[in-house]
Design a binder for this molecule. Structure first.
Ligand code: APR
Length: 189
């Protein structure tokens, strides 16, 4: 891994910069935003609700077509749609509902990996993640942030033809932001 630190809210891994911002994912100027969805892709509260509101009804239609064609989206998997009124595309993933089982960790890591695979395969440059599973699905932030950070860093450390330029974590509240900042400090060389 070729890593270089810029400041406390960013970390360079190879060609890609991981950045941390506190804010609303629906207003980010990126190529794709990740939605912490449910298996039915029917919309909901939290970041899912915010993304569906900002995107408009065509996002729900696109989700419905996917579920009719492929069935419900299992936890840990990801699919991509257009973003309706949003300029970014939307990558929908379903995080684990936290129950403290070892497999919760694997499922959460799969979410990040599968979203990054979709972004890379579509040759996207910039992708933004919310803090998956740490709201309604109740994953403790102190456990979830290091899993998210390590999984993304590990993915970006693998050799590949297409490198993302930026992976941005968009954290909605200050406590979540601080947890990701701490997780970033722990992996900083
Ligand atoms: N931008 C960024 N992050 C946001 C936003 C937003 N606009 N709104 C909420 N968040 C944050 C929450 O504060 C939390 O830190 O996203 C994180 C994830 O919380 P949830 O949205 O509740 O997602 P999750 O825990 O994965 O639960 C998914 O919630 O709404 C339903 O349909 C969704 O059933 C699914 C479940």
């Amino acid at each position: 891994m070729n890593e270089r630190s810029d400041n406390t809210n960013s970390l360079r891994i190879g060609e890609t910069t991981i950045t941390l911002v506190e804010g609303d994912i629906t207003t980010q100027d990126v190529d794709a935003i990740v939605n912490a969805a449910n298996s039915g892709l029917i919309g909901g509260g939290g970041v899912d609700g915010a993304i569906h509101r900002a995107a408009g009804p065509t996002l729900k239609d696109a989700c419905q077509i996917i579920v009719e064609r492929e069935g419900r989206l299992p936890a840990g998997q990801a699919v991509m749609t257009d973003g309706g009124r949003l300029s970014a595309r939307v990558i929908h993933t379903v995080g684990p509902r936290y129950r403290g089982r070892p497999m919760d960790r694997d499922t959460l890591a799969s979410c990040y990996r599968n979203c990054l695979c979709l972004a890379r395969d579509a040759s996207l440059r910039r992708v933004a993640f919310p803090s998956i599973s740490t709201g309604a699905y109740r994953y403790p932030i102190e456990e979830a942030a290091p899993i998210a950070m390590k999984t993304v860093a590990h993915f970006l450390g693998q050799p590949t033809e297409h490198q993302l330029a930026e992976v941005r974590f968009v954290l909605f509240d200050h406590r979540t932001f601080l947890a990701y900042q701490q997780a970033m400090e722990r992996i900083r060389p």
